[in-house]
Design a protein around this ligand. Structure first.
Ligand SMILES: Nc1ncnc2c1ncn2[C@@H]1O[C@H](COP(=O)(O)OP(=O)(O)OP(=O)(O)O)[C@@H](O)[C@H]1O
Ligand SMILES: [Mg+2]
Length: 471
């Protein structure tokens, strides 16, 4: 972008586009005298090509040129990112052209004949404005970075809390239990914990307890010795051994058969396994992260899950809130999935139309983040232009927009408190965070609104992620 000056300072690069040799030489000399780095293009076409190559901070262009005039140049370089500012030089008396240039996006215009100081002043203004713009871009990027942890996106307080927890636990090997509805990111968080732990260079092994038949689960987890059963022709190490030194992710832990639960408990307590058919135990060093999308309280009450095992696993409990309870994450997540899908598909899709955003925000996301990801990937595949519109969203979602919101809430099993909270948040957003206006719209006095917002901030989600001590 900016040419290095050898002494560590940088100089703005200005491209002078003019078919008139005298004018070009004059401008080059004057601008270089002012310390700018100057490049020359002999006409509009050459100018556009040069801008496309990048590295130009500002264009000073004549309007009347034989091959491609200054207005066409403006039209064509608008597609270049980031677009350099253009100062157009128009002939005396052609104010119409000047206005058209500005309408086409020129930063400003100068009328011939002009004093060089007048041009320099305009150049400085343009460069200042551009520096400011890139500063805003940088700040925006910084904010975006704060909303992510690795590839986990979340600006909502409960997700920020999760990020903090992952960071704080980076050095720990304590067992972790992750709960949350399907598609809330349990496995993603488990992986992030592993890759921020001292075990990161060792394996992360994921096992879905629901996917392996009960009869095989024991030998899969703990391994077996030759002759342990008819087909056991050789020793086979289990997943605990495979994960040695690393992390074993036990997904859908509630599906672990009751008969196996004491065996897992023993591993967690003694750090030893006994493969099937083995006479001796073997030491293992494995961190266990367990997850479930089911209500563990129910399984505990029904006796389907042992309490002692629960306490062992639940040294640290992370609760991932459903997406509908963190609406402020929806658009950042959508943008994230859009960028990824567009890149993978090699398509230029840059964003969502306002109406599409509204639908995304108004939807209940029963399938949580996974559903959102699928919806966005589908939309990117369907999109015909650079912006995703309502027509690119699944028909069912579009219809739901007109559907009774309360019917959806009933289907989702929201409590009155959930609904109130969501509504207040929505109105706050609609009023741009202005509490006075939001309170008016909600029919609340300001104090009551403040109190409620404080309560929400103190308890970010229905169930907050909090480290819990083992008994
Ligand atoms: N906060 C997030 N940021 C970015 N991607 C996410 C986030 N949460 C979930 N995802 C993505 O959504 C998908 C589902 O996440 P994941 O598999 O971790 O969910 P899960 O809670 O394990 O679901 P299940 O209970 O169905 O197994 C994955 O593709 C994951 O990368
Ligand atoms: Mg999962």
């Amino acid at each position: 972008m900016l040419a290095s000056d050898g002494d560590g300072t940088t100089r703005a690069v200005i491209l002078v586009v003019d078919d008139d040799a005298d004018m070009r030489d004059f401008l080059k000399e004057e601008l270089e005298r002012e310390g700018f780095s100057v490049e020359i293009a002999l006409g509009g076409r050459a100018g556009v090509e040069r801008v496309k190559q990048g590295g130009i901070d500002l264009v000073v262009s004549d309007v009347k040129m034989p091959d491609l005039d200054g207005l066409d140049l403006l039209r064509e370089i608008r597609a270049v990112e980031p677009t350099p500012h253009v100062i157009t030089i128009t002939a005396f008396g052609s104010i119409d052209t000047a206005i058209r240039a500005v309408k086409l996006g020129a930063f400003d215009y100068i009328t011939k004949p002009f004093e060089i100081d007048q041009l320099l002043l305009t150049i400085r203004k343009a460069l200042d404005e551009r520096a400011l713009r890139s500063e805003v871009g940088r700040l925006r990027e910084e904010v975006a970075r704060a909303y992510r942890f690795d590839n986990i996106i979340g600006r909502s307080p409960p997700m920020q809390e999760i990020f903090g927890l992952i960071k704080r636990l980076a050095g720990s090997t304590a067992n972790v239990l992750i709960t949350g509805e399907s598609g809330t990111g349990k496995e993603l968080v488990a992986r992030a914990m592993h890759f921020h732990s001292p075990r990161k260079s060792r394996p992360f092994v994921a096992v879905n307890c629901a996917a392996i038949p009960d009869a095989l689960l024991e030998s899969d987890l703990f391994g077996y010795k030759r002759g342990a059963f008819t087909d056991a022709r050789t020793d086979r190490p289990g997943l605990f051994v495979e994960a040695e030194g690393g992390t074993l992710f036990l997904d859908e832990i509630v599906e672990l058969p009751l008969g196996l639960q004491p065996k897992l408990l023993r591993v967690l307590q003694e750090r030893e396994i006994r493969p099937l058919g083995a006479t001796k135990t073997e030491r293992v060093d494995v961190r266990v992260i367990a997850a479930t999308n089911r209500d563990l309280d129910v399984s505990l009450k029904q006796g389907a899950f042992r309490e002692d095992l629960y306490y062992r696993l639940n040294v640290i409990h992370m609760k991932l809130p459903p997406l509908r309870a963190r609406n402020e994450d929806v658009l950042p997540l959508a943008e994230h999935f859009l960028a990824r899908a567009a890149e993978r598909a090699g398509k230029t899709v840059r964003g969502f139309k306002e109406a599409a955003n509204k639908i995304l925000l108004g939807y209940g996301w029963p399938g949580n983040v996974r559903e959102l990801q699928n919806v966005v990937e589908r939309a990117v595949a369907l999109a015909e232009g650079p912006i995703i519109g309502v027509e690119d969203l699944p028909p069912a979602m579009r219809e739901r927009r007109n559907q009774d919101r309360l019917a959806t809430a009933v289907a989702q099993g929201l409590t009155l408190g959930d609904l109130e909270r969501e509504y207040i948040q929505r109105v706050m957003d609609a009023e741009g965070g202005n509490k006075t206006r939001a309170a008016q719209r909600l029919g609340l006095d300001r104090k009551t609104l403040y109190r409620k917002l404080e309560e929400y901030a103190a308890a970010p989600a229905p169930d907050d992620a909090e480290p819990e001590d083992s008994p």
